[in-house]
Design a binder for this molecule. Structure first.
Ligand SMILES: Nc1ncnc2c1ncn2[C@@H]1O[C@H](COP(=O)(O)OP(=O)(O)OP(=O)(O)O)[C@@H](O)[C@H]1O
Length: 615
């Protein structure tokens, strides 16, 4: 028997559905007991020529078959409902665990392994709870019941059958440790193969160009062989299990039958008892056989349990490995809520919003109009395991009405800074806030350097952050992002399907669609990570003009590597050696030249600059 405390807890959380599923299964199997009784009576009647009893027994058996059919049908429906509840809840929890800031930046995590846990692991738990646990319940409830009935008919045969059943159920516990170890190796190998496959598929073009497809193929073949070996090792243990169980089942049945037959022959007048012992001793082992049949269901669930627990799925509330380490406690309640919206939109939030604590109008917001500055206050952040902190005691105020560019050498920490504002990372010390309140899930829009688009129509991709946007609003946003003409030129316009990862669009189109999406989402803070990197000069000018215009009534922060991205910005901050300071040629003093109309007034609202890393 494979009993996992975590999976028992998962079943117990769906108390009513689990009780119904188990109860119906036990009841359905229990109908075999009166059936054995009537069968024994019918056989006796047949031998003695008692037609009336024979017909009555046959009718009763038919009735029991019908009842069992009904119970089995109801059990299947209850199990489907239970399985669905278990899957939804576990995936929700596992996704929440997977999307906490520290997990998002866990360099050891591999997407393929996560996929295996979220898909196959959760399905494994479903079958464990809906098939294996009811089979365990049958063993615990029905075997003692049948043995007790048998005892009333023939105590010696009952003792023999009961002993054999105990051996069949308990013997596998002797090599349980071996099975657990092998299951764990099997799961690790499975996750590894899934991760290698996914990464090879993603990097196929690069691998081909580098002439490295052979190496990738060899690695996958090796992984696949390892998985085969791990599977065979597990199957060997399972075969041994089956052999012992079969031996006990056959031995027990045979012993009971021999005892009953010998007795019947000796007394000469008790064929009914002999039949009943014969049939009931078979019923002693039915739950054992059912349990053996459900072995695979139980095995998959138990091997996935540790990976799910690591994500915090199924474990009681409190600190757990999925949500603890890294840049501190997760500030991302929003990650959970994003997860609850489903895979697509959860990921979409990466480009359309932050994953911080939710809070509509918090920090002062009226539609896209921001009324509260974005403040980074004494923030220090270092990646776990990395030597020096990337950001050290950084102070900066990004006032409403400004477009601030953040520049700095590669690796200085610009993306890290954006992740801290987005809530994807939590500061070690200090805080990021708007008007004293944490930056909320609905506060920030992001135009990433490599924007993510999803399988679906362009319209769906554009309205991820604002599903109710009208066509006119979508067109306006596309026009502002400088991509409207190209969208309208596509065969189906806004209804054109976008292939997975947006691979049917050019890099520049993806970038401007991401900007249009960010504009539509109407967030008071807009972060743009090198938004013109894939654009020609004319398109880049449109985008920088749009950003400058958007900056009039909100906070806009642009991470810039190229000089043309600095057009129209109010000021330039340089991130260097862990500190954020005004760049030597920052337009703090000549804002008007760079960004004439709306941003002129912002120079006055810009935070006073102090020495050190204050900006
Ligand atoms: N998940 C991570 N784990 C450990 N170190 C990391 C991680 N992500 C980034 N770093 C390190 O943190 C530092 C800052 O990285 P970051 O990506 O923020 O720099 P950047 O200024 O955005 O660089 P670029 O301009 O090249 O995009 C780098 O030294 C990088 O190696």
């Amino acid at each position: 028997m494979m009993i996992s405390p975590l999976l028992l807890r998962v079943a117990a959380r769906e108390r009513n559905a689990s009780a119904l599923t188990v109860g119906l299964q036990v009841a359905a199997t229990a109908t075999f007991l009166p059936q054995a009784w009537f069968l024994a009576a019918g056989l006796t009647a047949m031998v003695s020529g008692d037609t009336a009893t024979l017909l009555r027994s046959a009718g009763a058996i038919l009735g029991l078959v019908l009842v069992r059919g009904l119970l089995t049908w109801s059990q299947a429906r209850a199990a489907a409902r239970l399985g669905s509840a278990v899957r939804v809840r576990l995936r929700d929890e596992a996704l929440t665990g997977a999307l906490v800031p520290s997990a998002l930046h866990d360099a050891r995590r591999r997407d393929g392994a996560l996929r295996a846990t979220l898909v196959d692991g959760v399905d494994g738990v479903d079958t464990y709870v809906t098939r294996y646990l009811p089979a365990v319940a049958q063993v615990l409830i029905l075997i003692p019941l049948v043995v007790a009935l048998l005892f009333a008919v023939h105590p010696v045969a009952a003792a023999a059958a009961g002993l054999a059943a105990v051996v069949a159920v308990l013997a596998p516990l002797l090599w349980r440790k071996v099975l657990v170890r092998r299951s764990s190796t099997h799961w690790d190998t499975y996750e590894g193969l899934g991760s290698d496959l996914l990464e090879s598929l993603r990097g196929m073009t690069t691998l081909r160009v580098l002439g490295e497809t052979g190496v990738a193929r060899a690695r996958i073949t090796e992984r696949s062989d390892a998985l085969h070996r791990a599977t065979v090792r597990v199957m060997r243990t399972s075969l041994f299990d089956t052999a012992i169980i079969d031996l006990a089942v056959q031995g027990g049945t045979l012993a009971a039958v021999v005892l009953a037959t010998t007795d019947a022959l000796a007394s000469g007048d008790r064929p009914a008892t002999a039949y009943l012992v014969l049939l009931l001793s078979g019923e002693v082992f039915r739950p054992v056989r059912d349990l053996a049949r459900a072995w695979h269901a139980g095995y998959l669930g138990t091997s996935a349990a540790p990976a799910l627990a690591a994500l915090g799925a199924g474990v009681p509330p409190g600190p757990h490995p999925g949500g603890g380490s890294g840049g501190g406690e997760p500030s991302a309640a929003g990650a959970g809520s994003a997860a609850r919206t489903g895979t697509g939109s959860a990921s979409a939030a990466g480009d359309a919003s932050s994953a911080g604590a939710s809070g509509d109008s918090r920090g002062g917001r009226t539609g896209s109009r921001a009324t509260a500055d974005l403040v980074i206050e004494g923030v220090t952040f270092g990646y776990p395991g990395a030597g020096r902190a990337v950001l050290r005691d950084v102070h900066a105020t990004f006032p409403v009405g400004t477009v601030t560019a953040v520049v700095g050498p590669s690796g200085a920490g610009k993306s890290t800074l954006l992740d801290l504002v987005l809530g994807h990372l939590a500061p070690g010390t200090g805080r990021v806030h708007r008007g004293g309140l944490p930056v909320g899930a609905d506060d920030v829009a992001l135009v990433a350097q490599r924007p993510v688009l999803f399988e679906g129509s362009l319209r769906e991709n554009l309205t991820v952050g604002r599903p109710a946007a009208t066509d006119a609003e979508i067109r306006d946003a596309c026009a502002a992002a400088g991509v409207l003409d190209e969208v309208l030129a596509l065969p189906d316009g806004l209804d054109t399907r976008v292939a997975t990862a947006g691979s049917t669009l050019s890099g520049g189109q993806r970038q401007r669609i991401a900007l249009a999406r960010a504009i539509l989402s109407e967030r008071p803070v807009l972060l743009a990570d090198e938004p013109t990197s894939a654009l020609d000069p004319a398109a880049a000018r449109t985008v920088t003009r749009t950003l400058a215009r958007l900056g009039a009534d909100r906070v806009v922060v642009v991470v810039a590597h190229r000089p043309e991205s600095l057009d129209g910005v109010s000021r330039v901050l340089e991130l260097h050696d862990g500190a954020l300071r005004p760049a030597p040629d920052s337009p703090g003093t000549d804002v008007a030249r760079r960004n004439p109309a709306p941003v002129g007034e912002t120079a006055a609202t810009a935070a006073p600059l102090s020495p050190g890393s204050h900006a």
